[in-house]
Write a protein that binds this ligand. Structure first.
Ligand code: NAD
Length: 379
């Protein structure tokens, strides 16, 4: 059952008279909106999970979902993750995400992106979009023509590529796992197995190399794998071997859902600290890791570097990479506190992090005090 959103805001869309926004009532979410424009072929969902700490920010994923249910589920899961990520990172933002059902290789037209941008504009700033899987910075630039509620644009005042900030946060997270497990931040000789050598993974292995770690690498792209193995003198393993590789720390930097009841018994690592989103298939898998004695750095805490970087764009003083770097450093301390809380309560680190996020959201800890400033060049 869906209902039409505020007809008065719909009237504002002069350029796209067929643009329709419908609310899909969803328990546990502030607003889930279906966006359609039949002539253009736009079919999207915007999920706003929670805005208690500030407006919801989250990327726009463009993907050829098999059906609308799969698209909604992805938007719900990812927007909730953003609430926790933002709450713990202390950026004064809420959790949101949008998905467009389309093949990014074939279906991305300027009209599709701009009609979607118009829908974001009609929400009046409750939701701020950004790049994501299938949605490049160039696409974000097109969306910007229809809305100001967008970050990560390719202009001088923008934060640019989030990958190397995310990777630095993950590096600090790996140090926190080493500190907890081995009593030292120094990664000399620590064996780290990295799954996925994309934007996050390849920056991470550079930091790890210079920190003296012993690297084991894997990627489905064999050309990239061989290139990085040669560059860093690293060992390689096949994609189906990486999770069961014997190592000190496993760093998943590819896809989600890889830690589950099938894979967890096969793990031969002492800790897990990587950049991939939604690494646990279910929250209960965090407990399974605890029972196996594997220390897990919750993904939505360790991979907040990209968010910290992009959120800095919205401050009055404008983007400053030094400030973002310093905030990424703190991921180390945040994770150590989470391990401590988990130990004290005899619970998984994932559960401890969720409780921390819930607490901060419920009691307004880190709530946005200053208005957001969009330092855009004209659309
Ligand atoms: P990317 O697309 O640049 O890289 C992903 C890499 O993983 C690619 O090289 C791909 O070939 C490889 N890969 C895919 N399946 C694999 C498999 N089964 N085994 C081994 N390698 C595999 O993506 P990215 O930007 O590096 O992001 C990686 C992960 O981190 C994603 O889950 C993303 O959601 C998450 N993340 C990224 C950022 C960021 O700043 N880019 C921020 C937060 C979270």
């Amino acid at each position: 059952m869906s209902q039409l959103l505020e007809p008065k805001s719909l009237k504002k869309s002069k350029k796209y008279p067929l643009l329709k926004l419908e609310i899909i009532p969803t328990v546990g979410y502030e607003q889930v909106i279906k966006v359609t424009e039949p002539q253009i072929g736009l079919h999207a969902y915007i999920a706003i999970h929670n805005t208690k700490l500030g407006p919801a920010l989250g990327g726009t994923r463009i993907f050829p979902y098999a059906n609308p249910t799969a698209a909604i589920e992805d938007a719900l899961r990812l927007s909730k993750g953003m609430t926790y990520k933002s709450a713990i990172a202390g950026v004064g933002l809420g959790g949101g995400k949008s998905v467009i059902i389309a093949d990014p290789k074939k279906d991305k037209t300027p009209d599709l992106l701009m009609a979607f941008g118009e829908a974001v504009e009609l929400l009046g700033g409750q939701y701020i979009c950004a790049e994501d899987v299938g949605c490049s910075t160039e696409d974000v630039k097109t969306i910007r023509q229809a809305t100001k509620y967008v970050v990560g644009l390719p202009h001088a005042k923008s934060s640019g590529d989030p990958g190397f900030f995310t990777a630095w946060g993950v590096f600090r997270g790996i140090q926190s796992v080493s500190k907890k497990l081995f009593g030292k931040d120094d990664l000399t000789g620590v064996k780290v197995a990295v799954q996925g050598l994309g934007n996050v993974g390849h920056n991470l292995i550079n930091y790890l190399f210079w920190a003296g770690a012993e690297l084991i690498l894997s990627d489905i792209d064999s050309v990239a794998l061989q290139k990085f193995a040669k560059k860093y003198g690293a060992k390689t393993v096949a994609p189906d071997q990486i999770l069961s590789t014997e190592c000190d720390i496993l760093a998943p930097c590819a896809m989600g859902g890889i830690l589950n009841e099938k894979t967890i018994p096969q793990l031969r690592c002492k800790g897990i600290a990587g950049g991939a989103n939604n690494q646990l298939l279910r929250d209960a898998d965090g407990e399974m890791l605890r029972i196996r004695g594997i220390l897990y750095a919750p993904d939505f805490v360790i991979n907040a570097g990209g968010l910290l970087n992009v959120a800095a764009e919205l401050e009055e003083e404008g983007y400053c990479p030094v400030r973002s770097r310093n905030q990424c450093h703190q991921i180390y301390d945040t994770l150590l506190s989470i391990y401590e809380i988990a130990d004290k309560n005899k619970e998984s680190t994932n559960k401890a992090a969720i409780s921390l996020g819930d607490y901060r959201t419920q009691f307004g800890v880190g709530k946005r005090a200053r208005p957001l400033v969009f330092h855009h060049t004209p659309a």
